[in-house]
Design a protein around this ligand. Structure first.
Ligand code: ZN
Ligand code: ZN
Length: 303
């Protein structure tokens, strides 16, 4: 009798432990910190947010499936996917994630629809993909008995505002400033148990990013570095600054928003620019917390 109650008690402790572990999880992992530049070190832009029992994935750059697999996270286990805008460096990992996540081995196994949120135009993307891969889908459904439910898209075209509210996890979309011709372009603010992370998305200096990021636990911000000699020699590089933040613009955001932690992701190093150049130019204007993101860097927001 004593032994039985001991084991029951032990089981309860483990059960409570696993419940509270989920409740106390709010973790951000930079899956890819790169840009369109093909790079082994920096895969395409993508960020994983784990909150409680949920896994949310933001943008799907090149190599996102490989990074998830390095973390031993089945591709089919993501609860919801969120797209900031339609530039290909944010979507070119999507077909791989969607199709490979449907396969039957342990790395896939999605049986439920692929839930995805994104700006107006998302349906064109999901319908286009479904039509482009129709032959593969039909073949695998018949041949491998993969359930069609797992390859269906559940697309949600969204505008700025609260777009996701599930088991205490809130996702707020907001308009950033990715240049006058790239609209819509969104950033995301994710809230869980009194903690907040903001993903700037692709943006130059944006008052809205500053507003959304006031005192947040973590701000993930894009940046691009163009050495001044390069800019002088090739004035056309200025076009990049019309779409993305220079280190000085990012520093201005950090100074005005006072986030508790800051990390650069979607890092563009043009010409012979280095990470040290990025740090030096940011530090010339901003003295607060700052890290330069690397693929698979992890932030635990509950700590
Ligand atoms: Zn972009
Ligand atoms: Zn981009």
């Amino acid at each position: 009798m004593y032994q039985r109650s001991f084991w029951v008690g032990l089981a309860l402790v483990f059960l409570m432990g696993s419940v509270s572990a989920g409740e106390h999880l709010f973790r951000v992992t930079l899956l890819g910190t790169g840009t369109p530049v093909p790079s082994v070190e920096r895969y395409g832009y993508s960020t994983l947010v784990e909150a409680g029992e949920q896994r949310l994935l933001f943008d799907f750059g090149r190599g996102v499936t490989i990074r998830l697999s390095q973390l031993k996270i089945p591709l089919g286990s993501i609860n919801a996917h969120f797209l900031t805008h339609f530039h290909s460096d944010h979507t070119n990992g999507l077909p791989d994630l969607w199709l490979t996540g449907w396969l039957r081995p342990a790395y896939g196994q999605r049986n439920q629809p692929f839930v995805i949120y994104g700006p107006k135009g998302l349906l064109d993307l999901t319908n286009g993909l479904s039509s482009a891969y129709a032959k593969d889908i039909l073949t695998r459904a018949e041949d491998e008995k993969s359930p069609l439910s797992g390859i269906a898209f559940e697309p949600h075209e969204i505008e700025a505002g609260l777009i996701y509210d599930n088991q205490g996890v809130k996702v707020i979309a907001f308009n950033n400033d990715h240049g006058s011709k790239v609209k819509p372009s969104l950033g995301y603010r994710i809230e869980f148990k009194g903690h907040t992370v903001v993903l700037s998305g692709d943006t130059k200096y944006s008052e809205e990013v500053v507003r959304q990021s006031q005192g947040v636990d973590l701000l993930v911000h894009c940046v691009t570095v163009i050495p001044s000699e390069l800019l002088k020699q090739y004035p056309q590089y200025q076009a990049i600054y019309d779409h993305l933040s220079s280190p000085e613009q990012a520093a201005q955001v950090f100074n005005e928003a006072h986030p508790r932690e800051v990390v650069y992701s979607h890092i563009g190093l043009n010409g012979n620019a280095t990470v040290q150049d990025l740090l030096d130019r940011t530090r010339a204007m901003y003295q607060g917390p700052l890290r330069v993101g690397e693929d698979l860097m992890v932030f635990d927001l509950m700590k």
